[in-house]
Write a protein that binds this ligand. Structure first.
Ligand SMILES: *[C@@H]1O[C@H](CO)[C@@H](O)[C@H](O)[C@H]1NC(C)=O
Ligand SMILES: CC(=O)N[C@H]1CO[C@H](CO)[C@@H](O)[C@@H]1O
Ligand SMILES: [Cu+2]
Length: 506
């Protein structure tokens, strides 16, 4: 049999192994697998008409990944060409990429900052690189660390405040809290922890089979919107900052001979994320677990979002939150952290945040969101293009005097990052086959309030009768009929499936 003939069989086998392995590990994987595997998975996607665009988009991205990663590893990517695309198709694709702009970020908006065979750290582009609309969060950056089981992340410090959220797996973090104190904590799913700027920290994974995934929000303290990582231990790769100094200065400072100094800074070439032995991992894993609710106290360790009663919960979803009033570490940074678990087939919102701008990262599942944005249709930001909204909404009236709202809509899947500015109403919908799980960092969280626009406690119900009649121009009874029909809050049964919605459920 030719190689070509064997490929489908091989692919099938690999797919089977993959499925079995996933079941065995019981673990959701995070963008896992080699570029080859991802490419194969793309190519195997079904042939249903409505999935075609998605599949092609996926294939194209996987191909790019494949080529890039192959080159990074020093290999040559074999030529794999997707089927030839017509001009129309390409234009359509381009339009799709613009979907959700400037609020939505996908794989291609990340840069891989560190990579070894055992993991990688990816950093999202600066928000203002995308659009001036995001100027308010210019000084925040998002990074995602993924490390294989049994790995060690070399000690480093950063010129940025960092909040970490454990999205998958189990880790252990050690921080040099001061010159005479090292604190170590075990980390598990749902833990939130602050790593103060300039603090030297190292990490290990301590799960047997799961990838460690850490989502980070960074707030640079030196150059706005820009941070650097400094490695002390290291050598060739990562390069140690000691190596920037002249040998005679180090000889004098360390009171040690040159050859010894050169030896210790000449060995490490394995990169930032490296394999450790089982004994090494075990020795570094004997730490206390993070704090449980109620938080506070003097501990600088992690707090676990899930150890607290959810802020909102019903059969359609749960929202867990830690706000600045509950945690000193977050208060100092004026940040909140939340986690929404939207049940499959359900939705969250509409609601808006009074002061906080949300940076959300999808950690699991699929779905989509819609958000009302007045900026995109205002001449200040769009060069006077005027409103241009997608169909399917409520009918609109020409010649109005107020703002016009653009519907920002985008598909969500694991790894997508999106920004919800303060005051912007949003609805998030989970697909019909998986819960949609989202971690959120709230900037300006102090005194932030969530205002519900539907549900039992929605703010329209608080309007006076006259205000309802004047505001809507219909009898108050009709307004009440609309706003008093929903008995849940925040999480609701999702929309009936029809036409374009069906893609989110594919
Ligand atoms: C989300 O909810 C589902 C049940 O609806 C649960 O199985 C899952 O563990 C939850 N996710 C997290 C991260 O808690
Ligand atoms: C994957 C992995 O997790 N590797 C190690 C992580 O730490 C635990 C222990 O503590 C080890 O048993 C794992 O082998
Ligand atoms: Cu806007």
């Amino acid at each position: 049999m030719s190689l070509r003939g064997k490929l489908p069989l091989l692919a099938l086998l690999l797919a089977l192994v993959f499925v079995l392995a996933s079941v065995a590990l019981g673990a959701a994987e995070w963008n896992d697998g080699s570029p080859e595997k991802r490419l194969r998975e793309c190519q195997q996607r079904g042939d249903r008409h409505e999935q075609r665009e998605e599949r092609e988009d996926c294939q194209r991205r996987c191909l790019e990944d494949y080529r890039r990663e192959k080159e990074e590893r020093g290999g040559r990517a074999e030529e794999i060409t997707p089927h030839h695309k017509g001009r129309e198709e390409e234009e359509k694709e381009h339009k799709e990429q613009q979907q959700g702009k400037p609020y939505v970020f996908e794989d291609q908006h990340f840069t891989t900052k560190h990579r070894t065979e055992h993991g990688r750290v990816r950093v999202l582009q600066k928000f203002t690189e995308r659009s001036e609309i995001l100027r308010g969060i210019e000084n925040y950056r998002v990074a995602i660390l993924e490390a294989d089981p049994q790995t060690f992340i070399v000690p480093n410090h950063r010129d940025a405040e960092t909040i970490i959220f454990i999205a998958n797996g189990r880790g252990s973090v050690s921080i040099m809290a001061s010159h005479d104190k090292r604190e170590s904590f075990n980390l598990r799913l749902g833990d939130v922890m602050r790593i103060p700027a300039g603090t030297t920290v190292y990490l290990i994974n301590r799960s047997n089979n799961e990838k460690l995934v850490i989502v980070k929000l960074l707030q640079p303290v030196s150059t706005p919107g820009h941070f650097e990582t400094f490695f002390g231990p290291g050598g060739e790769d990562p390069e140690s900052y000691y190596k920037a100094f002249s040998t005679e200065l180090l000889e004098a400072a360390l009171n040690t001979r040159k050859d010894k100094i050169q030896k210790i800074f000449g060995q490490q070439r394995r990169g930032v994320i490296i394999k450790a032995s089982e004994e090494q991992i075990r020795a570094m894993s004997q730490h206390k677990e993070g704090g449980v609710w109620p938080f506070g106290g003097e501990s600088k360790g992690p707090v676990n979002l899930f150890s607290k009663r959810p802020e909102q919960a019903n059969q359609y979803g749960q929202l867990y939150e830690v706000d600045p009033s509950e945690c000193r570490e977050l208060k100092e940074l004026d940040l909140g952290v939340g986690f929404a678990n939207i049940t499959k087939g359900s939705m969250m919102g509409p609601f808006y945040n009074s002061r906080a701008t949300k940076i959300a990262i999808v950690t699991n599942g699929q779905g989509y969101f819609e958000m009302a944005c007045p900026h995109l249709s205002s001449s200040e930001f769009s060069g006077g293009k005027g409103s241009q909204h997608g169909g399917g909404g409520l009918p609109r009236h020409k010649g109005k005097t107020g703002p016009s709202y653009q519907k920002v809509r985008a598909q969500l899947k694991q790894g997508v990052v999106y920004v919800v500015p303060a005051g912007h109403p949003i609805i998030t919908v989970a697909s019909n086959d998986q819960n949609l799980e989202i971690v959120c960092f709230d900037i300006n969280a102090k005194n932030n309030k969530k205002f519900f626009l539907a549900g039992k406690t929605n703010i329209m119900n608080q309007l006076e009768r006259e205000a309802k009649e004047l505001g809507f121009g219909v009898p108050a009874r009709e307004v009440d009929e609309v706003f008093k029909s929903q008995n849940e809050d925040l999480f609701f049964k999702g929309p009936h499936q029809h036409h374009h919605e069906s893609r989110a459920d594919a």
